[in-house]
Ligand binder design. Sequence first.
Ligand code: PBG
Length: 323
Amino acid sequence: MRRSEPLRALVRETVLDPGDLIYPLFICPGKGVRSPVGSMPGVFNLSVDEAVREAEEAARLGLGGLLLFGLPETKDEQGTGAWDDNGIVQQALRALKRSEAAKKLVLIGDVCLCEYTSHGHCGVVVKSGDGPNASFEVDNDPTLELLARTAVSQAKAGADVVAPSDMMDGRVGAIRHALDAEGYAETPILSYASKFASAFYGPFREAADSAPQFGDRKTYQMDGANLREALREIDLDIEEGADMILMKPAMPYLDVVRAARERVGVPIGAYQVSGEYSMLQAAFEKGWLDRDRAILESLVGLRRAGADFIVTYFAKEAAKLLA
Ligand code: PBG
């Protein structure tokens, strides 16, 4: 059955479609800004007008949607820029919503504080103890209200879907409650239900300028050794009202995608994160891998593992290859 391409096509089990791909954008202040991210060749920080142009291209290519991250003008301890109705992602959402492209794309707002806090953590930080024994911790519960405000503000600005990526406990419930109370009962939640504390987010932290200024994210993101815990996190998020779940990173956690697929009925996404993208790009630059084939193989693998859709920085390129 492998003798010819028509025969292979006939018996192919997994199909990759541009409509399954979500393209992340990093929105920054200014006009006409298209500034390359050093650690992610081919990825840019884009001002709102440039983001609209990207959206037009994404729609032409038949992509499924866009995932928006923001680089605010200023940062503070509370991450005010995240929930400011005039914040950078909110501005982008309003502009995108006015464009023709938006009719063909799902606009997803990433809900988190780390791009907006001066300390770079995903939640509010409290200090306990004093002097040399002082320690800093991310405080779960006070963070929930800020995340809920962020989600509502994004929905108000035009987000079709909100996607909390912070990994605080209880945030899906808090966001659902706030959306319903503010008249956004129809806005679905795509929860990053199982997000592992990973070295593969390294390049993203340059793209989003969100590296933690102290400590790490291991107290709220999951231990890479734990599959059963990932499934508990997924169950909890669905109980709290998650409509779809997102798994990340993708390639080192394919077993988690597969286990989630077999366990739950909600749509599942896999996020091929910055480090996965940059390591492929580095190999392409060296001439060590066949670019086109490796891109598609890496994405088909995620679909085969059970992902309904994929967030990937290769989205545009993959769509061109598939055309
Ligand atoms: C924000 C967030 C991160 C990513 C998506 N949302 C960074 C992090 O948790 O450090 C990573 C995406 C990527 O690496 O491409 N919390």
